[in-house]
Design a protein around this ligand. Structure first.
Ligand code: HXC
Length: 510
């Protein structure tokens, strides 16, 4: 073949590969309101940085006449590129090729990306849109999933792994995203379930739509499977870029520093009045977070799930911090099973990736009741204390108002290994609130006597000074000073050195 012809042949093959399942299928994808795999990658990455690999890989199946229908690249588009100039690895299921179903060739492409990412210390971003195991390939396809899950698990805690669900994701296929650090979903366009509505109807006789069963809203608000929900694919892809801006590329790196013109000494007098004096009156803890962090910008994670605890990333003096805050505006900020799971997993993520933890505490305790007890609040609540104790990153706690009982202890108290413990003067650090305590201690007193006892308890116990006398609180600060004090504490702990005893791994309560 002449050289020119060789090049033309290459161009043609290239074009054919880029057409995926063909123009009809690409059109069908657009008609369904979805972007194609290549369009998604294009939008996710910095312009012109995508390097595609394995573009000519084909499936090797001969069952059902499949050998006569091979598409270059098969059902996955994969490669690497940049986000804000930083290396990332990416793969996108191509729904136009056999519904993005997983062939063994597709699985090998994905595993190659996962392996390269791990070796080169950069995150993997997976864009899911797939009909699951390729039925024609049987057990070979299932094995492909096992290989992916294996890599997901081995890479966990070494490189960030982010999943977007942009179409169907059913059956065991859900477990790859579930093994990654963060899941994004698109509202009304993406679904995740272990078994779909038809199987559910047959087995449990429940009639449910796929949106109710495993749509973005369900997983963002009820199951806690998804961390972010976007109204469009674009919103999801931009969300991934933003999330990555807070993260290091791997567990050996510090988080990226983003210069800010926000004064590190900035005081906000409004903070002195946000928290109501009456411990029973709620307020929105996000107002405090937003007042304090760089440029007032807080990137919240799981905003619709277990809203009694707020988690997310922000920056202080340009460096990423992970924030865990009780939310008095929802269920009085009480800790329950879902809040415990949400907080503990986030704490562990931050610890994996060298992100200092800021804990803002206003917690009346753990939620009482049979539902909580029978579903294992003991086991779930223990995760928070385990995650905090195990975390070796800088840990700074600020008690805003209530810090009662066991919840005070588990929310990064001094003795569970927090580095700096601060408190507002109006904080109440005690076994329980004044009314509760007096009702137990002085059950038989008259109402008048009880009122006096409550006042006495408030003076003696419902304040931070007992804890400060004992050195459990390092410093009592005025609310308006919060930003400067947190930044000072972060600065002081920046070079913290601490490691846990060598072990294979701990046995976290799960
Ligand atoms: C092979 C598949 C396929 C699959 C879809 N296709 N799923 N081919 N294996 N699993 C093909 C279809 O035949 C069709 O081909 C094309 O992809 C598009 O599919 P449609 O059905 O036309 O699209 P749509 O109406 O949008 O429906 C999408 C869907 C549906 C909801 C995903 O296709 C579906 O239910 N598929 C089967 C899902 C499933 O049960 N998978 C196995 C799950 S178990 P043509 O040529 O007509 O365009 C599993 C085990 C994993 O995955 C275990 C891991 C441990």
């Amino acid at each position: 073949m002449e050289k020119e012809q060789t090049y033309q042949d290459f161009e043609q093959r290239n074009k054919a590969a880029e057409l995926g399942g063909g123009s009809d299928k690409l059109q069908k994808q657009h008609d369904a309101g979805k972007m194609t795999a290549r369009e998604r990658i294009e939008m996710l990455l910095d312009k012109g940085t995508f390097v595609e690999i394995d573009k000519f890989v084909t499936h090797r199946c001969t069952n059902f006449g499949m050998d006569k229908h091979k598409i270059p690249g098969d059902g996955v588009v994969s490669g690497y590129g940049k986000i804000d100039g930083r290396q990332v690895f990416v793969y996108a299921y191509d729904f136009t090729v056999y519904g993005g179903s997983l062939s063994s060739a597709n699985a090998a492409k994905i595993v190659k990306i996962q392996t390269m990412a791990l070796k080169n210390g950069a995150p993997v971003i997976a864009l899911n849109d797939s009909g699951g195991a390729r039925i024609q390939e049987g057990v070979e396809s299932l094995t492909g999933y096992a290989n992916i899950f294996f890599q997901n698990t081995i890479a966990s805690g070494v490189i960030p792994q982010i999943s977007a669900i942009l179409g169907p994701c059913a059956g065991g296929a859900c477990y790859s995203p579930a093994l990654t650090d963060f899941i994004f979903m698109v509202n009304e366009k993406s679904h995740m379930f272990v078994t779909g509505p038809d199987v559910v109807k047959t087995v449990t006789h429940e009639v449910v739509t796929k949106e109710e069963l495993g749509g973005a809203y369900t997983h963002s608000s009820k199951s806690g499977v998804a961390h972010f929900m976007g109204n469009s694919e674009e919103e999801v892809l931009m969300g991934i870029r933003e999330l990555f801006s807070f993260l290091p590329s791997n567990n050996m790196e510090d988080t990226p520093s983003v210069p800010t013109s926000d004064d590190i000494h900035r005081e906000d007098e409004r903070l002195d009045t946000i928290i109501p004096a009456d411990p029973n009156v709620p307020y929105d803890v996000k107002e405090i977070i937003e007042s304090v962090v760089d440029d007032h910008y807080f990137f919240e994670i799981m905003p619709h799930f277990a809203q009694n605890v707020v988690i997310g990333f922000a920056r202080l003096a340009g460096r990423t911090v992970g924030i865990v805050a009780n939310q008095p505006a929802f269920l009085a900020g009480v800790l329950d099973i879902d809040a415990s799971d949400k907080a503990a997993r986030f704490i562990r993520f931050c610890d994996c990736f060298n992100i200092p933890l800021i804990t803002l505490e206003d917690v009346p305790g753990f939620l009482p009741g049979c539902t909580q007890e029978h579903n294992g609040i003991i086991r779930h609540g223990a995760k928070i204390v385990y995650a905090y104790v195990e975390a070796t990153v800088p840990k700074i706690t600020l008690i805003l108002r209530k810090a009662y009982g066991g919840a005070y202890i588990v929310m990064s108290s001094k003795q569970t290994g927090s580095d700096v413990n601060l408190s507002y003067p109006s904080a109440e650090i005690a076994v329980m609130g004044a009314e509760g305590a007096v009702n137990i201690l002085y059950r038989n007193m008259s109402e008048e006597e009880k009122k006096k006892a409550i006042e006495e308890y408030r003076t003696n116990f419902a304040n931070p000074y007992k804890a400060a006398e004992l050195g459990y609180i390092d410093e009592i600060i005025l609310p308006r000073q919060t930003r400067a004090k947190l930044i000072q504490a972060l600065d002081m702990t920046h070079n913290k050195i601490r490691s846990n005893p060598p072990k294979k791994h701990g046995n976290m309560p799960l």
